[in-house]
Design a protein around this ligand. Structure first.
Ligand code: FAD
Ligand code: NAD
Length: 584
């Protein structure tokens, strides 16, 4: 009875009628949101649809829980567990159009959308060759179903219903939340021979390719050398993506594959992480990097540091060790490329349309502190998440003016009270001044090297240089994207009531720490930079089994709906009780 009642409640007609009553299309300003990722979804869930007509455009009709992608790539978690259909997540008051925005006209306030490239957008690239077993050519159609899912590869189902014309759409506000794409740095062979780990299809392909590698190695005529190559898994990039994937792969091999391929595991399997810098997880506390490297050693994951990948061929990776001129070849089968991200073509196109003099940052769209894209004079375009960077003004750029502003008596120097005033007045505009706030007097006396009791312009300049050096752009994480999305929805809701953003606070990011799974039921958590937690608990970086349970409970609660929470719990229990599904 309850289930029937619930389904009745969800029945479209009733649901639509109930919600559509307050929708008066054409009378409300239209907010068009590009993307259905970590930035867009929190915004869409909080924007006031009684004040705005909201339309989402994205080639992906689902939200993807990226932190669980490494688990999907080895079958600990099933693909459907990490996906939330966007229509059921948002309900009918927000319109969704499955399409890709290909152009923006900021003058006319019109976007152009097309579906030509949209299939590719859902997979980061056409089928990657797994370099296994003489699979020399790419299949003619990038269809994962025929390649990996047991479908007969000669049978192609035509997508006859898929006629989707190009279209234009007007907006009053445009929110760009299109994320980023993998950065190959133009290194030869990456696009063709390596896997990325960014979209759900990437994870599914990796899972199939691992199965392919083991089954290929079991073919009777394989030589020892072939087996060794086939079962050498290489991960390029020791950032969190590379580390988490290596960890999941090591778990998979130790906990499941070991029972089915005991001879292969003992004699041939190898996992290698190749990192250009001198340690993995370089953005985290050094203690965490050291712990992870030692832990990986115990887990039989080889970490090659100070090693730069120069190219990828079908059956090998070409590397160069720091300070050596020689190139080395490492035979392997699956290569997972996790060397960071770059801006999408649409982001770059928009930067060019606005003008690269104003949009000078290649990493993404520069915004002001209200997340409005710089160079768009009417403030109608916002950018959030991986595709955006908040411009951080340097004190040094305006030091003369700032100095004169506070030196009202024209003495050519600032005393302690004036210096205090300077820090207090300017810290909102220049958040890097926070480093002096804890002990302003100490900062003043350190800067006053001549012990004159006042600071000249030159002395002020030298300590402000230190402050400016502390400036870092926000990391490209879900944590940042979520807070930015939430902020823009609050700002738009506020503007709908007050018609101005003048008294609305600029965006400020609160960091709650970084965490990563490192395998063998251990995780690492770094609280550095996490002001709210450090202020209360003065936490140190932690690692090990306790962190693993924190990691698990965190991602469990992060799941958006009860449905996916249930699926996740079920997947974890299933993997523990029955092992992972090792078939492709
Ligand atoms: P995305 O979430 O990538 O969303 C972009 C959206 O835009 C997608 O829906 C896409 O289809 C759509 N889109 C693309 N092009 C267009 C177009 N032209 N027109 C319209 N729509 C378009 N961060 C953490 O904080 N913690 C973690 O543990 C963590 N783990 C991660 C693990 C992996 C394997 C990966 C790859 C990333 C991880 N991240 C993590 C980073 C995090 O996923 C990103 O920072 C986050 O997804 C950025 O959000 P976004 O909304 O900017 O982009
Ligand atoms: P990353 O930029 O964090 O790390 C990439 C690593 O690859 C760097 O250490 C770099 O030195 C190395 N590298 C680059 N080129 C190389 C080459 N040619 N040879 C060898 N090494 C090379 O990238 P990522 O791990 O893909 O993460 C992307 C973004 O997603 C980051 O902002 C990250 O914070 C976020 N993310 C976060 C989590 C988490 O919080 N658990 C997990 C995954 C991703």
């Amino acid at each position: 009875g309850t289930i029937y009642g619930y389904r009745l409640y969800r029945s479209r007609q009733w649901y639509n009628e109930m919600h559509d009553s307050d929708v008066t299309i054409g009378q409300k300003p239209r907010v068009v949101v590009l993307g259905t990722g970590w930035g867009a979804v929190p915004l869409l869930r909080h924007i006031d649809t009684s004040k705005y007509e909201v339309v989402v455009v994205s080639p992906r009709n689902y939200f993807l829980m990226t932190p669980l992608l490494p688990s999907v790539s080895v079958g600990t978690v099933e693909p459907r567990t990490v996906i939330e259909p966007i229509r059921s997540l948002l309900g009918p008051r927000i319109k969704f159009v499955e399409s890709e925005c290909i152009n923006v006209d900021p003058q006319q306030k019109i976007i152009t959308c097309s579906n030509d490239g949209s299939k590719e957008n859902q997979e980061t690239k056409p089928i990657a060759t797994t370099s296994i077993f003489g699979r020399e050519k790419l299949p003619s159609s990038p269809s994962i179903e025929s390649e990996y899912e047991g479908g007969s590869s000669s049978r192609k189902i035509r997508d006859g219903a898929r006629i989707r014309p190009k279209f234009d759409m007007k907006y009053d506000y445009l929110i760009v939340a299109v994320g980023s794409e993998n950065n190959t740095f133009g290194i030869p062979g990456v696009e063709k021979h390596a896997h990325f780990l960014k979209e759900i299809l990437d994870a599914r392909r990796i899972r199939s390719a691992i199965s392919d590698a083991f089954e290929s190695a079991m073919i009777p005529s394989q030589t020892d050398e072939d087996k060794r190559r086939l079962l050498h898994f290489v991960i390029v990039g020791g950032g969190p993506t590379g580390v988490e994937f290596a960890a999941e792969l090591a778990d998979y091999i130790r906990e499941d594959l070991k029972y089915y391929f005991p001879g292969l595991i003992k004699n041939y399997v190898k996992i290698t992480i190749i990192e250009a810098l001198d340690h993995v997880l370089s953005m985290m506390d050094k203690k965490i990097s050291d712990y992870t490297e030692k832990h990986f050693h115990r887990e039989n994951i080889e970490v090659m540091i100070n090693t730069f990948v120069k190219g990828i061929k079908q059956k090998e990776v070409i590397v160069q060790v720091k300070d050596s001129k020689e190139l080395q070849s490492i035979p392997c089968s699956i290569v997972v490329w996790a060397t960071g991200i770059k801006a999408r073509p649409l982001t770059n196109k928009l930067r060019e349309i606005i003008g690269t003099d104003k949009q000078s940052n290649r990493m993404g769209l520069l915004t002001d502190k209200y997340l409005r894209v710089k160079g768009v004079n009417d403030g109608s375009i916002y950018a959030i998440g991986d595709c955006a960077t908040i411009e951080q003004p340097k004190v040094l750029d305006r030091i003369q003016l700032l100095f004169e502003e506070i030196d009202t008596h024209k003495r050519g120097s600032l005393n302690l009270d004036e210096f205090k005033l300077f820090i207090e007045n300017k810290v909102n505009e220049y958040p890097q001044l926070e480093i002096f706030q804890k002990d302003i007097e100490k900062a003043f006396y350190e800067a006053d090297q001549t012990k004159s009791g006042s600071l000249t312009l030159q002395a002020l300049r030298s300590i402000m240089e230190k402050a400016d050096k502390k400036l870092r752009s926000l990391p490209a994480t879900a944590q940042v994207a979520t807070q930015e999305g939430r902020y823009v929805s609050d700002l738009l809701n506020y503007m709908a009531r007050s018609t101005t953003s003048a008294s609305f606070k600029p965006f400020s990011y609160t960091h709650f720490g970084s965490l990563a799974y490192v395998g063998g039921d251990a995780a690492v958590i770094d609280f550095s930079g996490s002001k709210p937690l450090l202020d209360i608990f003065s936490l140190k970086p932690i690692s090990g089994r306790g962190s693993y349970y924190l990691w698990k409970s965190f991602y469990f609660t992060e799941q958006f709906t009860t449905r996916t929470k249930f699926l996740l719990a079920f997947d974890w229990v299933r993997a523990r009780l029955f092992g992972r599904d090792i078939s492709r």
